[in-house]
Design a protein around this ligand. Structure first.
Ligand code: BDP
Length: 720
């Protein structure tokens, strides 16, 4: 009996309390409302909720209301079964609510599109009620999440009208998850997709995952690694995928899969995968048909072709458009899309890797079918700590272009460092491309406002895994959150997103909020400084990409560091101007003009485009060498500062999350010093110059740093 009682206590009393702060709840923790006016207002609304119809999406909203009423108020949400009851909160689509809405209000809501929502007060027969509405149940779901968010942030206003709609059509997570549950560049455990137990067993995580995504407006997920395994296209696997698609559907989320271009050979017994071969075309048509029989709203395929050894149309003398269009034709009758990646480069071509995507895709402008969208990484190299925007944005007129950001921090501290990526994404989205159009920014291509493209996309490479807190580092959640928000609205600023996330995660106490916000907002610049300041790039350790490796050489040239930094006794940096590779020439003339001049180009891009003498005078009056050492050192100083500021929060938040972050900040400082020391000691062998007095002297021995090996670093298959 005693044992039973103990078990009961553990299960029902202790565990929920402990679990409450382990990060599992993400930004949906629905903490108790302390403020009495808000408590009373929300309590009133939850005491009489009426839904105009029944459908699986409304069931989800009801569950969310039930859960939040318990969390906010320790109260049950009261759902009325008839409209005659004492309703306070009405939930339904515009057409369901039409008898209560005036014509102009109906028109206003209609303009918000399929996924938009409107919420606010309404008077019905002299009685004031609150409504949440949209043009579809999914719009209503988004409105409901927004309603709950405003309550949780302590900002709910019963009298205010709020409406919003997404600016980008496909807001998508790309999982780089392998079928054996390892995750390429995953730092948060294993894949959450348990293929072995599917279709029979539904892990409750699938639902929490869908809730989290829907709360951000993410409406598409690609489940599998871009380095694809054709096995996923077998019918027995499609039956597993179907389970996920069925679960995600009422959350407004469509499932995509990665398609391995050589699948016709690997699983169709064909001798070729030539996109112009009729048997190959028939193979894909049959496969697509089979998929749609199981998943009628299947999103389509995401494809990495002729890149880093992945098969593609080039093997058959065909181009990317021929490859993509063949799949697009198979998908079009069902409304599916092809998302074709622009991350292509070949080491056989003797061209700056920076230029290769444009060289391949610009000549194909206008050749892709309507249901193809080219997914372009934010920069031309590879998700480096900082890159200038990809020159393909702004270089084509008749091709759908989508953005690919990397949420998982492959090159930005993996899961041991707190690096908030919002500012980096904002910087890219706000950059002017000088493409003709009203705002001429990268964002205005992505959302179609300048480009006029009908199909729009923002994709993020997921940082989600089986770790209890989903993302390994608690602050990785902020990157998932920020990605979702920016995909919904690429003009939203990183600082306000950070502030939202903090309020939802840690509460809205002012000093806590501003301290955490400061830490987050300076974290990206700090990482750039201690890793790759002033336009340096691709200096990381070979293959696992963990830690510094500016000395990496040998093997494929464009996978080495020397290829990118080109340090010598004269100076450092990659000349990409017209005197060098002329990758700069792929940008608009306005940019070429400004960035060709080393005294004009923003210093953050200097060594990306120029080979600069060590004695070059920077804007500060210091030499390039001095300035570089100061950048490295200031990165470390900021990391120290971040930890100091975090420690001041001890006692102001729960111990579990405090210590989790605190420990990782210590690791971050170690890693920041390691980056600074290794890079500066290495570059000093070229510059031959002393370290300025004002920096902490890089300690250690370069040979020691070079000797470090990490065969078991996460995110890659062990390599020893
Ligand atoms: C690189 C990753 C590699 C991915 C590749 C990609 O190191 O694991 O397969 O990107 O985007 O950054 O395809």
């Amino acid at each position: 009996m005693k044992n039973l009682l103990f078990a009961f206590l553990i299960t029902f009393c202790l565990v929920p309390k402990l679990q409450a702060k382990d990060g599992y709840q993400l930004w949906l923790s629905y903490e108790k409302i302390e403020e009495s006016k808000l408590r009373q207002e929300v309590g009133q609304l939850f005491s009489g909720i009426y839904f105009f119809a029944q459908n699986p999406t409304y069931d989800i909203i009801k569950e969310e209301f039930t859960r939040s009423a318990e969390g906010f108020l320790d109260q049950k949400a009261n759902f009325l079964s008839t409209r005659d009851g004492d309703f306070k909160l009405l939930v339904g689509t515009r057409s369901e609510l039409s008898q209560y809405l005036g014509l102009s209000q109906q028109a206003e809501i209609k303009n918000l599109g399929e996924e938009g929502y409107w919420r606010g007060p309404l008077e019905i027969n002299g009685k004031k009620v609150y409504i949440i509405t949209g043009n579809s149940p999914i719009g209503v779901l988004y409105g409901s999440f927004d309603f709950l968010k405003s309550i949780q942030m302590g900002e709910f206003d019963l009298n205010a009208e709020n409406s919003d709609q997404p600016k980008v059509q496909l807001r998508m997570l790309n999982h780089w998850d392998n079928l054996d549950r390892t995750v390429e560049r995953g730092y948060a455990g294993f894949s959450i997709w348990d293929w072995h137990k599917l279709p029979g067993y539904i892990d409750p995580r699938y639902i929490d995952y869908a809730r989290a995504n829907a709360s951000l407006g993410i409406n598409a997920v690609s489940l599998t690694n871009v380095n694809a395994n054709a096995w996923i296209l077998r019918e027995d696997f499609i039956e597993k995928v179907k389970v996920l698609a069925d679960l995600f559907r009422p959350y407004g989320i469509k499932v995509y899969l990665t398609a391995r271009f050589s699948a016709p050979i690997e699983m169709g017994n064909l001798e070729t995968a030539d996109p112009l071969d009729s048997d190959v075309q028939a193979f894909w048509k049959e496969r697509v048909q089979m998929i749609y029989q199981h998943i009628p709203d299947f999103g389509g395929f995401l494809v990495k072709a002729n890149s880093e050894g992945q098969p593609g149309p080039h093997e058959y003398g065909r181009n990317h458009a021929e490859g993509a269009n063949m799949l697009a034709e198979a998908l079009a009758p069902f409304g599916g899309n092809v998302i074709w990646r622009a991350f292509v480069y070949s080491h056989e071509i003797d061209e700056d890797r920076h230029k290769q995507a444009n060289l391949e895709f610009e000549p194909l402008d206008g050749k892709f079918l309507e249901n193809v969208i080219i997914q372009v990484k934010n920069g031309a190299i590879d998700f480096q700590p900082r890159e200038p925007f990809h020159p393909l944005f702004g270089a084509v007129d008749e091709t759908n272009l989508g953005m690919e950001f990397q949420i998982t921090q492959e090159y930005l501290g993996q899961a041991t460092q707190l690096v908030y990526l919002g500012p980096m994404w904002e910087e890219i989205l706000n950059t002017k491309t000088y493409r003709p159009g009203p705002s001429s920014t990268v964002a205005s291509i992505i959302d179609g406002s300048d480009s006029g493209q009908k199909l729009t996309l923002m994709a993020g490479v997921s940082n989600i895994g089986t770790d209890r807190n989903w993302t390994g580092h608690l602050f990785g959640q902020a990157n998932w959150y920020a990605f979702g928000k920016m995909a919904w609205n690429p003009y939203q600023d990183a600082e306000s997103i950070a502030s939202e996330w903090i309020k939802l995660t840690f509460g809205h106490e002012q000093t806590l909020l501003s301290s955490i916000q400061n830490i987050m907002m300076e974290s990206h610049e700090a990482a750039v400084n201690y890793m790759t300041p002033m336009g340096l790039h691709h200096l990381m350790g070979r293959s696992h990409h963990y830690g510094p490796g500016p000395w990496v050489e040998g093997g494929r040239a464009d996978w080495t560091s020397l290829y990118y930094h080109k340090a010598d006794s004269q100076g450092i940096g990659f000349d990409r101007t017209s005197s060098g590779s002329n990758a700069l020439g792929q940008y608009a003339p306005e940019i070429v003009k400004e960035w060709s001049d080393p005294t004009q180009i923003p210093e953050k891009y200097l060594l990306w485009f120029h080979h600069i003498p060590w004695d070059f005078q920077m804007k500060s009056g210091k030499t390039l060498w001095e300035e570089m050492t100061l950048h490295y050192d200031s990165g470390v100083k900021t990391a120290l500062e971040m930890k100091k500021n975090w420690q001041k929060l001890e006692g102001q938040l729960d111990e579990e999350r405090f210590h989790h972050v605190n420990q990782l900040l210590s690791v971050q400082i170690e890693e920041a010093r390691w980056w600074r020391n290794a890079c500066l000691l290495y570059f000093q062998t070229f510059s031959g110059k002393p370290f300025p007095d004002e920096i902490e002297k890089p300690e250690g021995d370069l040979e020691y740093y070079k000797s470090l090996r990490f065969p078991f670093a996460p995110g890659i298959k062990p390599n020893w």
